[in-house]
Design a protein around this ligand. Structure first.
Ligand code: NI
Length: 146
């Protein structure tokens, strides 16, 4: 790190990737440095919580499930009731006559969020489950301002 607090790095990239990156970057009005910073933050957010088990995370567990499986909806609700410390809200959307989308917003210890997702995933009638999470770092070290 230099005195200005900015690190300069040199990296090797295949030319096609760099061209595409620059094309996307200029289309959204970012300069290359800002875009790489954003990409690195996203990368860290996406992977750090997976090994940093005690880290605090915020995110969503999104589930598409089969509305016709008897008892499934009740089980989903009952599991959520066991994790009120993690779950801040949930939204249920009736997609069609057979499928429902459930979005559970979570905030808490990364390992507990993973545990909850694993528990939900194991139920019969879950078609798809996706976790999105970000490190919940508050204002610490974050250059973002809101
Ligand atoms: Ni529904």
């Amino acid at each position: 790190m230099s005195k200005s607090g900015v690190a300069r790095i040199s990296i090797s990239l295949p030319p096609g990737l760099l061209e595409e990156f620059d094309r996307v970057t200029s289309n959204i009005g970012y300069d290359r440095s800002k875009a790489i910073q954003q990409a690195m933050r996203d990368f860290v957010s996406e992977y750090r919580w997976e090994y940093d088990k005690l880290a605090s995370a915020v995110g969503t567990i999104t589930i598409i499930f089969d509305h016709d499986i008897p008892g499934l909806e009740g089980e989903l609700t009952s599991i959520q009731h066991q994790h009120t410390d993690l779950i801040t809200s949930a939204t249920h959307i009736h997609l069609d006559s057979h499928h429902c989308l459930l979005v559970i917003v979570v905030k808490g210890e990364a390992s507990k969020i993973k545990g909850l997702a694993t528990q939900l995933q194991s139920l019969r009638g879950i078609h798809q489950l996706k976790i999105t999470s970000m490190m919940d770092e508050g204002s610490a070290k974050s250059p973002h301002s809101h």
